[in-house]
Write a protein that binds this ligand. Structure first.
Ligand code: KIV
Length: 291
């Protein structure tokens, strides 16, 4: 099923209404009942319209992660990511999808100040993108903010464990929970976010056993990344799993090697241009017969 028609005059994709229903936050939340999720939740990141179109049929959720700072913009971390970036990419992903719930990250500095600041940012993201949920990082400290948003009609995806926006406090991107106190803190964070009303919780970069325990201890579905197969779902950065980067973290499985394939295609194109082997008659315009 296609979400767009191609305008042949401009080669642009025009979104079209499609029959069918998008995943909703309550539907995702209800995938876990009595502490169990029969069918694990599939989530991938997406930042562009076309990638959303390709991923959407296979995913329950598409995340417009602030990882776009590094992946799309070549920034050193997620810290400099702006609301403008998140809104522009969020709207593109919503336009390119019809089935998956689209969640958009609130960028660093847009929500931590107060629940009121978070509401202003989250409502702007919902209005400007059409997405159905926002994600924000943080545990106990962010629980009152998560409650404030959900009580005012904004579904929230929690994010605990390794929280990349806190890299300057954490000192790096290593797995969390190796010390007992840290492991206990991750559990307290997850429980606080759960009780505050997050409809699902991303648990990133923690020891497997902690992620498994978290998934068993909270009622909301837990989506793991660098976590545990026992989570209620999994998320990866799409560009990592497609093999677009030379270096991928240990927890990433590469399902393709697109970097090599793109380089091979670019090399072949360059060789053909230099040899005047491209374009051929197939790619050039000729007078129409009879004109
Ligand atoms: O920004 C992001 O892409 C994320 C995922 C890695 C969970 O937060």
């Amino acid at each position: 099923m296609s979400t767009f028609t191609m305008d042949t005059a401009t080669s642009r994709a025009t979104p079209t209404p499609v029959p069918g229903k998008r995943m909703t936050a309550p539907a995702i939340r209800d995938r876990k009942s009595d502490g169990k999720t029969e069918q694990p939740i599939v989530m991938l990141t997406a930042y562009t319209m076309r990638m959303a179109q390709l991923l959407d049929p296979h995913c329950d959720m598409l995340l417009v992660g602030d990882s776009l700072g590094q992946v799309i913009y070549g920034l050193p971390s997620t810290i400099p990511v702006t609301m403008e970036m998140m809104c522009a990419h969020g709207a593109a992903v919503v336009r390119g999808s019809w089935h998956a719930l689209v969640g958009v990250d609130l960028p660093f500095g847009s929500y931590e100040g107060s629940p009121a600041q978070a509401f202003a940012s989250a409502s702007r993201v919902l209005k400007e993108t059409g997405c159905a949920a926002v994600k924000l990082e943080g545990g106990e400290a962010m629980a009152p903010t998560i409650a404030f948003l959900t009580e005012r009609g904004i579904p929230v995806i929690g994010h605990v464990g390794l929280t990349p926006q806190a890299v300057n406090v954490l000192g790096g991107y290593g797995a969390r929970g190796r010390q007992q106190e840290e492991a206990h803190k991750i559990m307290r964070d997850a429980k606080a976010v759960n009780e505050a009303g997050a409809f699902c919780i991303v648990v990133e970069g923690v020891l497997e056993q902690i992620a498994t325990e978290v998934a068993r201890s909270v009622s909301a579905p837990v989506i793991g990344i660098g976590a545990s197969a026992e989570c209620d779902g999994q998320v990866l950065v799409t560009d990592d799993m497609l093999g677009l980067f030379e270096r991928t973290p240990r927890f990433v499985k590469r399902y393709d090697d697109l970097a090599t394939r793109i380089q091979d295609a670019a090399r072949t194109y360059a060789d053909e241009v230099r040899a005047r082997a491209f374009p051929t008659a197939d790619q050039t315009y000729r007078p129409k017969p009879g004109s």
